[in-house]
Design a protein around this ligand. Structure first.
Ligand code: SAM
Length: 212
């Protein structure tokens, strides 16, 4: 992970986000909803400008911060399909999409990521995986089927604040299943011939994969 002093220095260079995003970020923090952190935000801004994806798929909407963020800093005409299963967060996300005037560009699908991915058709040039970490391996087949050749798959929180480099016995029993599933996921991302992958120790760790 990036050390504390480096993180503080880098955040001093951060030019921030739009007012609505700041409000939603504040709402998320106050209500203990986990959303992408500042380091991940900076990386996403860069990747969105670089690749200008038109069709984006997100797994893990929460209250809609990252979906609105991707529209703000990517192609203004982009369409986002985003999946969320926690019913309490869904109406809040819908309300935030409405406030931003972006409802027509965002399709929020309600339910479990794996099930929804199975029924999805079409092609996406940018897939952002940001749901329960122990589930990523279950989402992978569906995500790869839907990802265009040359498209990007971005997975957040893959190093779990440093837990992934520990032996499974050094993490709490509760986290062991997540630990072994995440290791399996990272092994698959780095050994699957369909993918070119790099794993960056930014935020809680991010895996970037291009579909060959
Ligand atoms: N991407 C959001 C952002 O940065 O604004 C944050 C997403 S939050 C880290 C993860 C979300 O994934 C939670 O709201 C959780 O309910 C949802 N989630 C977890 N497991 C899921 C699953 N199997 N299917 C769909 N959503 C899931």
């Amino acid at each position: 992970m990036v050390d504390e002093r480096t993180a503080v220095y880098l955040s001093s260079l951060d030019i921030g986000n739009s007012q609505l995003l700041n409000e939603i970020e504040k709402e998320a923090i106050e209500t203990f909803v986990p959303i992408i952190g500042r380091q991940m935000q900076n990386l996403l801004k860069f990747l969105l400008q670089l690749t200008k994806p038109r069709q984006i798929l997100e797994i893990g909407t929460a209250i809609g911060f990252s979906a609105l963020f991707m529209l703000e800093y990517g192609d203004k005409e982009a369409c986002i399909t985003t999946i969320e299963k926690y019913e309490k967060r869904i109406p809040i996300a819908r309300e935030n999409f409405k406030k931003a005037g972006k409802e027509s560009q965002i399709c929020l699908l309600e339910g479990d990521g794996e099930e929804i991915l199975k029924g999805l058709t079409g092609e996406f040039d940018f897939i952002f995986m940001d749901a329960a970490k122990g589930q990523y391996i279950r989402f992978l087949d569906g995500a790869l089927r839907l990802l265009k050749t040359g498209g990007l798959l971005i997975s957040d929180n893959v190093l779990q604040g440093g837990d992934m480099i520990q032996s499974r016995f050094a993490v709490t029993r509760r986290n062991r299943t997540i630990h072994s599933r995440m290791r399996e996921y990272l092994y698959e991302l780095t050994h699957n011939e369909m993918l070119q992958t790099t794993i960056l120790p930014i935020g809680d760790g991010v895996a970037l994969c291009v579909k060959r």
